[in-house]
Design a protein around this ligand. Structure first.
Ligand code: ADP
Length: 346
């Protein structure tokens, strides 16, 4: 018994249609009907497939019976979808037909776009300090050659531009390291209370300089979670540094840790680590995008404060690796709280 083409196509998960030598569609599976419309079986392929590039490709395969690939673009629920389409000859009683099969390559296209955006962003971020450095080098070699005062001033600015590049490269390295081992569960026992105390101590000078009061509210005994101590230290550091940087003189920054309890969002026992400030707050429209790489609410202010736009992206990846959650609550004019919820069991 020979299988009918319709029956073979039905088994395929991705869209596929078979065009007979008389140019009519003899078989289309459900997935194809979702993309191309219902009841396309029996119709001439031109009325069902419509896109000129695809139609040209099919006609070429009809002519020379050689397999070809092309793309088919469509939209679903207002999202663009890209299919890679393979058109290949199939022997049939009255000549050869064409099997047209579709593969959704949208995720690959999106990943490619993300990579291109990332490279463009990194280049842009590096170019700004680099342009400044080149400008100062030229001035030092020319007009300011015999002006020690200007030289000292320019060297200071050059130093801070070079530091900006250095910070960016360190953050990029951290990000790629964190991404690389995102699927490797951290297993060390880490005491969050000790880490919070270290962060408080380490950043107290920065807070004082910025005119910020920094307080810590943690349990008396250790709160231990399975984790990577360096990475959790970086989470606390990035969140606390942000709170200090963005809240402005006269504000208060608080690091606190709760007692382990059942966490709905984790569906298991977890512990909350909070970094809150009484700064200007963040407009709610920005909150969902804060952890994107290079996303800043106010680029000028972030750069002025030495930000790279990567701090929260690093935080998000570290928390993912720890199977935790990050929540941001903010009210403009009142302040912002970043809450990290971490599971307490491996
Ligand atoms: P950056 O290097 O710019 O600080 P981050 O990824 O750490 O990058 O933060 C992204 C953006 O989120 C910042 O540019 C800032 O606009 C905003 N932000 C982060 N923390 C706070 C905070 N505590 N208060 C107000 N805005 C904040």
């Amino acid at each position: 018994m020979t299988a009918l083409p319709q029956d073979i196509l039905k088994v395929l998960g991705s869209p596929a249609v078979l065009i007979a030598p008389d140019e009519r569609i003899v078989a289309a599976n459900d997935a194809a009907e979702q993309v191309l419309g219902k009841n396309i079986e029996g119709r001439h392929f031109i009325t069902a497939l419509r896109q000129p590039v695809l139609l040209d490709t099919i006609e070429q395969v009809q002519r020379d019976a050689t397999q070809r690939e092309t793309e088919f673009l469509t939209t679903k629920d207002q999202h663009d979808i890209t299919f890679r389409v393979t058109c290949g000859p199939v022997p049939m009683p009255a000549g050869h037909g064409v099997l047209v099969s579709f593969e959704d390559i949208t995720p690959m296209e999106q990943a490619g776009q993300m990579r291109r955006d990332f490279v463009a962003n990194v280049s842009h971020e590096l170019r700004t300090p680099l342009t400044a450095l080149l400008g100062f080098i030229e001035t030092l070699a020319g007009p300011a050659r015999n002006d020690p005062e200007a030289q000292a001033r320019f060297l200071k600015i050059m130093g801070s531009e070079a530091e900006r590049m250095n910070r960016l490269v360190s953050d990029l390295l951290s990000l790629s390291r964190v991404e690389a081992d995102e699927r490797v569960r951290p297993v060390d026992d880490v005491d969050l209370v000790g880490l919070a105390q270290q962060t408080h101590h380490g950043l107290s000078h920065m807070a004082r300089e910025a005119g910020i009061e920094m307080v810590i509210d943690v349990p008396d005994s250790p709160v231990v979670v399975p984790g990577d101590a360096d990475q959790l230290r970086q989470v606390l550091n990035n969140l606390t540094e942000n709170a200090i940087k963005y809240s402005g003189s006269g504000s208060r920054v608080k690091i606190s840790i709760g007692q382990p309890s059942y966490e709905n969002r984790l569906r298991e026992t977890g512990v909350s680590l909070l970094v809150s400030d009484t700064g200007p707050g963040i407009d709610p429209i920005h909150i969902p995008r804060l952890t994107e790489r290079f996303y800043r609410v106010d680029s000028h202010r972030s750069r002025e404060l030495g930000g790279t736009g990567l701090g929260l992206a690093i935080v998000k990846h570290i928390i993912n690796r720890h199977r935790g959650r990050l929540r941001v609550d903010s009210q403009e004019g009142v302040g912002t709280t970043f809450t990290v919820i971490l599971p307490v069991e491996t």
